[in-house]
Design a protein around this ligand. Structure first.
Ligand SMILES: C[S@@+](CC[C@H](N)C(=O)[O-])C[C@H]1O[C@@H](n2cnc3c(N)ncnc32)[C@H](O)[C@@H]1O
Length: 254
């Protein structure tokens, strides 16, 4: 089984959880993404790693045509059930490394809360460069690693909760990826923060009981730097919420 098939399979049972997830439906990055995209009524758009389609559905009213691309059948099914009635929105099978769309096709490509699962950022960004029209906009929203002190703890936490997690990058790594793909970095920061309820965040991935317990343990025993960076809040010794920094980036194809 290829890594993309494994990822697609792992996500297939999570459609309901993500269709109803408040941070995905209406998290604070969504209005920022739409503002940066500057959608126009004639625009043709693609949302990669669309999951249950929240980002694609939010952009749909402003553009001519939008596709939500995802390799996971279960996620696409949940997307259809939630947003299937939106006429200019279609959900399609594919991965960010091989979208199947022609060269120079899209005015806007978005990738929100997905790229930290994708194993090859260089292949992904070259593919997104290929399908964007010259002048086209790429908007990326993704969790970032905030500093080196918390790097090991943070990635252990993510991988324990979600074995399909690959890597959350530093903002400076995003700048290199964008430059190496011949895209122009227009603006990007990691100021946007999501305050997440720990139990909902853990349960969204349908973890096995021992896996969920291991994540709780990591929160409980977090080093001081992680407690501070992620503003982990505790009640009776159990972590109840934390704050996740997100990169919001606009790049264009010259
Ligand atoms: C958290 S969900 C996406 C959330 C969605 N973008 C939103 O705004 O609500 C992550 C999605 O990334 C997809 N994914 C993982 N690896 C991928 C890849 N290489 N190419 C495209 N999608 C991928 C998964 O199938 C999953 O549906």
């Amino acid at each position: 089984m290829s890594s993309i098939e494994r990822t697609a399979k792992a996500w297939s049972g999570l459609g309901e959880n993500y269709a109803s997830s408040t941070p995905h439906k209406s998290g604070p990055s969504l209005p920022k993404l739409i503002a940066l995209a500057r959608p126009q009524k004639d625009d043709i758009c693609l949302d990669v790693g669309t999951g249950t389609g929240h980002t694609a559905a939010a952009l749909a009213p402003f553009v001519k045509e939008i596709y939500g691309l995802d390799p996971s059948e279960g996620m696409r099914l949940a997307a259809e059930q939630t947003y299937g009635s939106i006429e200019n929105l279609s959900f399609v099978d594919g991965s960010s490394e091989a979208t199947g769309f022609p060269d120079n096709h899209f005015d806007i490509v978005t990738a929100r809360h997905t790229l930290h699962h994708h194993p090859s950022m260089s292949r992904t960004l070259l593919e997104l460069h290929r399908i964007l029209k010259p002048g086209g906009r790429l908007i990326i929203v993704d969790e970032v690693t905030p500093n080196q002190e918390v790097d090991d703890w943070y990635h252990e936490l993510e991988l324990t909760r979600d074995p399909t997690h690959f890597r959350a990058y530093y903002l400076y790594e995003w700048q290199s990826f964008i430059r190496d793909a011949d895209l122009s970095w227009i603006v990007g920061d990691s100021e946007t923060r999501y305050t997440l309820d720990c139990e909902s965040w853990i349960k969204r991935m349908n973890p096995r009981p021992e896996q969920a317990e291991a994540v709780r343990h990591l929160f409980k025993t977090a080093p001081d730097a992680a407690k501070k960076t992620f503003a982990i809040a505790y009640e009776n010794g159990e972590a109840v919420s934390f704050s996740m920094p997100m990169a919001v980036i606009l790049a264009t194809k010259p």
